[in-house]
Design a binder for this molecule. Structure first.
Ligand SMILES: Cc1cc2nc3c(=O)[nH]c(=O)nc-3n(C[C@H](O)[C@H](O)[C@H](O)COP(=O)(O)OP(=O)(O)OC[C@H]3O[C@@H](n4cnc5c(N)ncnc54)[C@H](O)[C@@H]3O)c2cc1C
Length: 381
């Protein structure tokens, strides 16, 4: 824990030097796509031809981990299992068998001490390791790799998830109760590209809640951990390969995912399962400026520190929220345009969150491309 704090982004800042050390350069401020998605060798959408049941989406991450284990690229995986008591809660694990790797699939939408098992891996003498984590984990890991020679003796592969709006586990029951009409039977939850949260229940039913119809209490920034609201690496840019869904087309009959291959190690991991994937080029129109500008002012205003009480009521009734989500799914940004919009929305939200609460941290925390993006929208720095 002590070492994690030493290597934390709050000490080192997001990206910056770490990005330079990994790629030999920082992202190009003249390349609008790289500014948002980070440095990549290749990006595409893909479906796993045989999706893994119980995975968060199609299961590309777990399949890559399993394959790397099967072909001896790695000996173990630093990742998470669910706890027995609550399937949304995580416990760190060093997965050393195919079954243990398979059991790590699925999201645990709570802050999680993933890197705890790194020490277990070292003590067991593991030399080839895979680490799966969110951006905050990978930032700390990259710094550990610089600081500790014993990690330099290990060959470490990394897979990143895009991550945003993670929750403190004490808060989770309160949040879930406000999202779902049946929190006790909820077993899977995801914020999707159709502007709705999809919550799957034990009976297989999928409850869809439009973002616009969530209770107003859930728009209180203080319900999210300070660390997550100060995150400037949604797309996990220090991972060897990032797998999300943001720029992938949402199709009812397919679980398309979005793959961002960043390094040769990432290419090794994805190449090993390429024959199990159906791949599609990225699609959608890049431009989403109007769409971002429509919400920017309200987003910035909502980041102000204010002593207001948030109502438990929905701002917009569910039926109207569904109409709005439907219209936006048709008329709003899609594919890379949606990923562009979502990345910019979160950068704007987090910049003003930090500026309001921790102005003295702005210089250290915020990577330089964020300022360039804010300037594109003529937003005050
Ligand atoms: C809080 C949260 C928010 C997310 N937001 C987005 C988003 O906005 N856009 C987007 O494209 N993708 C997002 N993702 C990632 C996305 O939900 C999927 O995990 C990703 O698309 C991989 O799907 P998969 O089926 O291949 O994963 P799986 O094969 O099911 O593997 C998922 C892997 O992620 C690990 N994992 C789960 N929860 C955590 C956690 N809390 N911390 C660290 N590791 C974890 C699992 O242990 C497992 O190894 C988010 C994930 C989380 C946890």
């Amino acid at each position: 824990m002590h070492e994690s704090i030493q290597s934390c982004v709050f000490k080192n800042g997001w990206l910056g030097e770490s990005e330079k050390k990994l790629f030999g350069r920082q992202r190009d401020l003249h390349d609008p796509v790289e500014m948002r998605f980070g440095i990549t060798l290749e990006r595409f959408s893909a479906t796993l031809q045989h999706p893994l049941p119980g995975a968060q989406w199609g299961g590309i991450i777990t399949r890559m981990a399993l394959k790397a284990f099967e072909n001896n690229t790695i000996e173990a995986v630093v990742t998470l299992h669910r706890t027995r008591e609550n399937q949304f809660f995580s416990q760190p694990v060093l997965a050393e068998t195919a079954q243990e790797i398979y059991d790590s699939r699925g999201n645990k939408p709570v802050l999680s001490p993933v890197l705890r098992s790194l020490e277990t891996a070292y003590r067991k003498g593991i030399k080839k390791l895979l680490v799966i984590g969110a951006a905050c984990h990978l930032h700390v890991l990259r710094d550990f790799q610089e600081r500790f020679t014993y990690l330099q003796d290990m060959e470490i592969f990394t897979i990143g998830i895009p991550c945003v709006d993670n929750i403190d586990r004490q808060r989770w029951p309160w949040v879930l109760k406000r999202m779902s009409r049946s929190p006790l039977s909820a077993m899977h939850m995801e914020f999707m590209q159709d502007f709705r949260i999809h919550i799957r229940h034990t009976n297989g039913m999928v409850e869809k809640v439009p973002f616009f119809s969530l209770p107003q209490e859930l728009s209180d920034p203080s319900i999210f951990p300070v660390a997550c609201m100060s995150c400037f690496d949604y797309l996990n840019s220090l991972a060897d390969v990032t797998v999300g869904y943001l720029a992938a087309e949402l199709r009812p009959d397919e679980k398309r995912q979005w793959v961002l291959v960043r390094t040769q190690k990432g290419k090794t991991l994805i190449d090993a399962i390429r024959n199990e994937l159906t791949c599609y080029p990225e699609e959608g129109k890049w431009d989403c400026k109007k769409f971002v500008m429509n919400t920017a002012e309200a987003t910035i205003a909502s980041m102000k520190v204010q002593s207001r009480t948030y109502s438990p009521d929905r701002k917009i009734p569910l039926w109207l929220g569904h109409i709005l989500s439907g219209v936006l799914s048709l008329a709003g940004p899609k594919g890379i345009g949606f990923a562009h919009y979502s990345t910019d929305f979160h950068l704007i939200r987090h910049y003003y969150y930090v500026r309001e609460r921790f102005p003295e941290q702005l210089e250290r925390l915020v990577p330089r491309h964020v300022r360039s993006i804010l300037e594109e929208y003529d937003l005050p720095l």
